[in-house]
Design a binder for this molecule. Structure first.
Ligand SMILES: Nc1ncnc2c1ncn2[C@@H]1O[C@H](COP(=O)(O)OP(=O)(O)OP(=O)(O)O)[C@@H](O)[C@H]1O
Length: 515
């Protein structure tokens, strides 16, 4: 049961929007959130950071009514609350924007925004009929509040990714209209799938949000957290280890607070790895409406980074290289042979690995444990004849190498934090002895800076031992750091090709060719 809090019954001035005292949540032997106490005032943007598995998602799930804490007290605008289901959290004024977008792409903006309300009784319907005029008007009002200029009648599927994200935020804010409570908006890595230039737009909008309510912002990008947030809370092993005003705290300090030791920045030195027969050669490759006339070559032991905004066609291109999507003109030559009929199963048999961005749906099986996931055979099923003891021993070694936490090889992958799942998906490919080409679609997405460095190190090791890498990086800095060559794509075409052994482009040079 949730005690309703309303603007007509305001809490005394200075009462925090949210107060947690001694919140604890345990799963079996793991205490994911340990005795957490914090206060969030109205009209502040709070950053929540921590390593993979630090307990951020669990805390957010408690705030959004998905988990009940084992102990502790939650107060919203001065009143104690207990959330048993997500609707209780919505009724108390919590709006959540999850990591993965949850909009229905075939419905309009207004319909999606209203959906938050349609499950509860409000004035969106009368006598069972939706009042479209009213829904559109309300959507327009809420969108204006977040400064978005999206047409409420537009179909979600036609919008850019950033616009969709704005609709997600507007929808989260809908709780304000429903409950007349200053909302507490939770943004769980809302920028992790955005390119830097798109992030800038969202950053401005988030800064605006604090005039309406309070914001809890989770991100692994420390520079972004520093720019957007007034205060930064650091979690480590389920506990709050620091709560700092943003002013005067540096990225290095934040990093140290998160992991407990100093960063080991290591700049990638581009060596001249050119030369030798290309392992992969793409010539005039086209797929209608996705990419056009794409040509490049990748020798063994070479990393090709491809940058571009959403809609540049680079995701579709790499999926075509892996045989997961068709192409209708041009040629792919691999190990000297022109590919005739190509499929993901053939690609895998030929030593090509692919780590998809959508790892939850394509990269892992949540109901298998870590070693089982790493042993998944090419067809997506487990091998028929496995030695379970070996599988587990091998898995345990990779858990160590990739620093997967917890080191529990029996635990189903669905029970791991997002970042730790990503490490297992990466290990699955990196451990393959027959790997010749590794295609990585946003391999660092969701990883904390320490884990990202570990994964990059493993990618470099694979490259140095002769594996060719095609990388869709999360950031331009990452593309420049990891790539030997950088290709820029815009609207399906290659707009620039930088050979980093001779060219020294800046992120701005890349950006110019992207937009
Ligand atoms: N349903 C569950 N069952 C068992 N253990 C869980 C469950 N959910 C989370 N955990 C464990 O709780 C700990 C905290 O996980 P949580 O997902 O909150 O981390 P996080 O900080 O959000 O990490 P990330 O940045 O990787 O998303 C981890 O050790 C995780 O394995």
């Amino acid at each position: 049961m949730t005690k309703a809090v309303s603007r007509t019954d305001p809490a005394p001035a200075g009462t925090p929007a949210l107060k947690l005292t001694g919140i604890t949540k345990t799963f079996g032997s793991v205490t994911a959130v340990k005795n957490v106490s914090l206060e969030i005032p109205r009209n502040q943007v709070i950053g929540l950071i921590g390593e993979n598995g630090a307990g951020k998602s669990t805390l957010l799930k408690i705030l959004s009514g998905l988990h009940e804490p084992d102990a502790g007290v939650m107060e919203v605008h001065g009143a104690a609350v207990k959330f048993r289901r997500p609707q209780d959290a919505v009724a108390a004024g919590f709006g959540v924007v999850h990591q993965e977008q949850s909009l229905l792409t075939n419905l309009s903006v207004a319909e999606n925004i209203a959906m938050n309300a349609l499950s509860s009784k409000d004035n969106a319907t009368r006598g069972g009929w939706y009042r479209w005029g009213q829904l559109n008007k309300e959507a327009e009002k809420i969108l204006a509040k977040v400064g978005a200029t999206v047409d409420p009648r537009a179909i979600i599927g036609d919008l850019s990714f950033v616009d969709r994200q704005m609709v997600e935020i507007a929808r989260a804010l809908r709780v304000d209209e429903m409950t007349h409570t200053a909302p507490i908006v939770i943004l769980d890595e809302p920028t992790s799938v955005l390119e830097r230039n798109e992030t800038a737009i969202l950053e401005r909008e988030i800064a605006e949000l604090k005039h309406v309510g309070s914001v809890i912002f989770v991100s692994h990008r420390l520079d972004e957290v520093r720019r957007i947030c007034d205060r930064i809370i650091v979690m480590r092993s389920g506990e709050i280890v620091a709560d700092r005003a943003t002013e005067g705290v540096t990225e290095d300090e934040l990093f140290q607070l998160m992991i407990g030791h100093a960063a080991k920045a290591r700049k990638h030195e581009v060596q001249n790895r050119q030369g030798g027969e290309p392992l992969l050669e793409v010539s005039g490759l086209s797929a209608k409406g996705q990419f056009k006339d794409v040509s490049f070559a990748v020798p063994p032991g070479h990393c090709l980074a491809i940058v571009g905004t959403i809609g540049s066609g680079r995701e579709e291109l790499v999926r075509a290289l892996f045989g997961a999507e068709p192409f209708d003109a041009g040629t792919i030559t691999y190990q000297g042979s022109r590919l005739q009929s190509w499929s993901a199963a053939r690609a895998t048999r030929a030593g090509i690995g692919y780590v998809p961005a959508e790892r939850k749906t394509e990269g892992m099986v949540g109901g298998f444990n870590g070693p089982e996931n790493m042993a998944i055979a090419r067809t997506g099923t487990r091998k028929l004849f496995v030695n379970p003891w070996r599988e587990r021993k091998d898995g345990a070694q990779w858990f160590e190498t990739m620093d997967v936490r917890p080191r529990d090889v029996k635990l189903h992958l669905s029970r791991f934090s997002g970042g730790n799942q990503q490490k297992v998906v990466m290990a699955k490919w990196l451990k393959s002895e027959t790997l010749k080409l590794l295609i990585l679609d946003h391999p660092l997405r969701g990883l904390d800076p320490g884990a990202a460095e570990t994964v990059n190190e493993k990618i470099r090791e694979a490259r140095d031992s002769g594996t060719a890498i095609v990388l869709l990086a999360d950031t331009l800095e990452e593309a420049l750091d990891m790539g030997d060559t950088v290709l820029v794509m815009r609207d399906g075409e290659i707009t620039a090709h930088f050979d980093l052994t001779v060219d020294t482009p800046t992120t701005l040079d890349l950006l110019e060719k992207m937009v």
